[in-house]
Design a protein around this ligand. Structure first.
Ligand code: SF4
Ligand code: SF4
Ligand code: SF4
Length: 313
């Protein structure tokens, strides 16, 4: 769990958030506000939110926006920034202490801090502003990440505040936690979005860095308790895009009473620029391409006849 206390937020617990997306239509029913929490205990090699990996604030760098003003050089006490001829800017992120001083003086938007400590009240101000949209569309608040349950206490408080305000709540998790941690948020979640990435344990470990044993156990247990669940399976070329994997998943999900919907989500490369901005050498878009619709429809056949809704995105 990641909490802190801001100077002007005495006694108020905070969660570390890297984005709040309003008017989202991909994270549960209706129009939603999705709060993205920092920190993840998986390392899916195709991840489009690499800024979620670290449970701490980070500096991200967008060189194309730099105007060479040199203000960051003076602002940084760690000597991370240099400029050559007063124009060409370079930054050494290995020395960065994520203090945020350079981002504050960079008016060009070339330096941006990722990860902000926020109180429940502060987040709820943004969430509640869109209440009319939730009401008309059946939407609400979704807590996502990263893995939001790495900040389970805070996430439970946020979901609870939304429920008390009459707002529909959804929790988006990869499920790699002790069941007791998941349970902390359940009383306040109307819906759980649960990732199911690959059925073969060795393959899952190879592409996400962790076994799927606990994840599948948690999914089965949640679903048998009757909590409404939308399962979300990303389709990653060369990784889980086989009929064998999909059939195995269909068999696993069959008869689980809580499973109401399965989303098959094609890989997309929208997060590619984020890897560069965080100084990460990895870039999945160099080795992956989005599967065509025909391939998505072929794989969806494995779930034909299921008693839950099947959505091919
Ligand atoms: S402050 Fe921003 S715009 Fe100025 S040199 Fe540094 S990175 Fe470039
Ligand atoms: S965030 Fe702080 S330590 Fe990191 S580069 Fe900027 S000023 Fe230096
Ligand atoms: S679980 Fe989600 S956020 Fe975490 S690494 Fe995998 S895709 Fe990225």
């Amino acid at each position: 769990m990641q909490t802190g206390r801001g100077n002007n937020q005495a006694e108020q617990p905070t969660g570390l958030v890297f984005d709040i997306q309003r008017f989202s239509v991909h994270d549960g029913p209706g129009i939603r506000t999705t709060v993205f929490f920092k920190g993840c205990n998986l390392r899916c090699f195709w991840c489009h939110n690499p800024e979620s990996y670290s449970p701490r604030p980070q500096l991200s760098v967008y060189p194309d926006k730099c105007v060479g003003c040199g203000r960051c050089v003076a602002a940084c006490a760690y000597g991370c920034h240099t400029t050559a001829d007063g124009v060409k800017h370079a930054v050494d992120l290995t020395r960065c202490a994520a203090c945020g001083a350079c981002a504050k003086v960079c008016v060009a938007g070339s330096l941006v801090m990722v990860g902000k400590s926020m109180t429940v009240a502060r987040i709820m101000k943004t969430v509640a502003a869109d209440a009319p949209f939730y009401k008309n569309s059946g939407g609400g608040l979704t807590c996502s990440g990263g893995e939001p349950l790495l900040q389970a206490d805070f996430v439970a408080q946020l979901l609870r505040a939304a429920k008390e305000a009459g707002i529909h709540t959804a929790l988006d998790t990869a499920g790699n936690l002790p069941y007791e941690v998941i349970q902390q948020a359940l009383p306040y979640a109307d819906l759980v979005l649960f990732d199911c990435k690959a059925m073969d344990e060795a393959a899952h470990e190879r592409v996400t860095g962790v076994s799927n044993k606990r994840i599948l156990e948690n999914l089965g247990r949640l679903a048998r308790e009757g909590i409404p669940i939308w399962v979300r399976t990303p389709v990653i070329p060369g990784t889980n895009d086989t009929m064998e994997n999909m059939r195995e998943e269909a068999e696993f999900l069959s008869g689980l009473p809580g499973v109401k919907r399965l989303d098959l989500l094609p890989y997309h490369s929208l997060g590619a620029g984020k890897y560069r901005s965080l100084g990460m050498e990895l870039d999945p878009s160099k080795v992956l391409t989005a599967p065509p619709k025909s391939e998505m429809e072929r794989l969806a056949k494995a779930f034909e006849g299921a008693d839950y809704e099947l959505v091919v995105n």
